[in-house]
Design a protein around this ligand. Structure first.
Ligand code: ADP
Ligand code: MG
Length: 161
């Protein structure tokens, strides 16, 4: 599997917002983004930033904790999944999650590691950690040939800021 990665540090939410905007600009249609990191790390916050950059009202973007799957129609269709409360990977399959992969969708999955076996091998994996000063570190890893060019595109956009 061809890989590339990029680590981004967000000292505040405005910096997370810039990452979300850059992602919205470079993510191709049909892509899958796996988001991981502890509760409160900023997975939903990043989804909000991406969705808002696609014209979605950010107030509509909340953790899909009870519905488990949300769909937003902005400038592109966004599917927002959260595996936190799933009993098991079967429930993820029963939700119809894999049917949303590809097509025109931008699919964003919180707690993706819990359903790793159900995800496409090729994806963008973002691991968020909280640093001692409360900043967030985003480790962004491109898995597979179609995702690798995104790393340079993100790096270019975010270093310009
Ligand atoms: N740089 C940052 N990026 C994202 N969230 C941040 C940042 N700094 C503080 N926060 C706060 O951290 C929390 C992240 O919550 P949320 O996105 O719901 O986490 P998760 O979905 O990972 O459980 C929010 O309350 C947000 O205001
Ligand atoms: Mg969340």
């Amino acid at each position: 599997m061809t890989r590339a990665h990029f680590t981004y540090r967000a000292g505040d939410e405005a910096a997370t917002e810039r990452l979300g905007q850059a992602l919205a600009e470079v993510l191709p249609i049909g892509c899958v983004v796996a988001l991981d990191g502890p509760l409160g790390a900023g997975k939903t916050r990043l989804v909000q930033a991406i969705a808002a950059s696609c014209g979605v009202d950010r107030r509509d973007v909340v953790s899909p904790t009870f519905v488990l799957m949300h769909e937003y129609q902005g400038t592109r269709p966004i599917v927002h999944l959260d595996a936190y409360r799933l009993r098991d990977a079967d429930e993820f399959l029963q939700l119809g999650a894999p049917e949303t992969f590809g097509g025109a969708n931008l699919v964003l999955i919180e707690w993706a590691e819990r359903v790793a076996n159900c995800l496409p091998n090729e994806r963008l994996a973002i691991a968020i950690s909280v640093l001692p000063d409360d900043a967030r570190q985003f480790k962004i890893e491109a898995l597979g040939v179609p995702y690798v060019p995104l790393i340079k595109q993100l790096r270019d956009r975010l270093s310009r800021a």
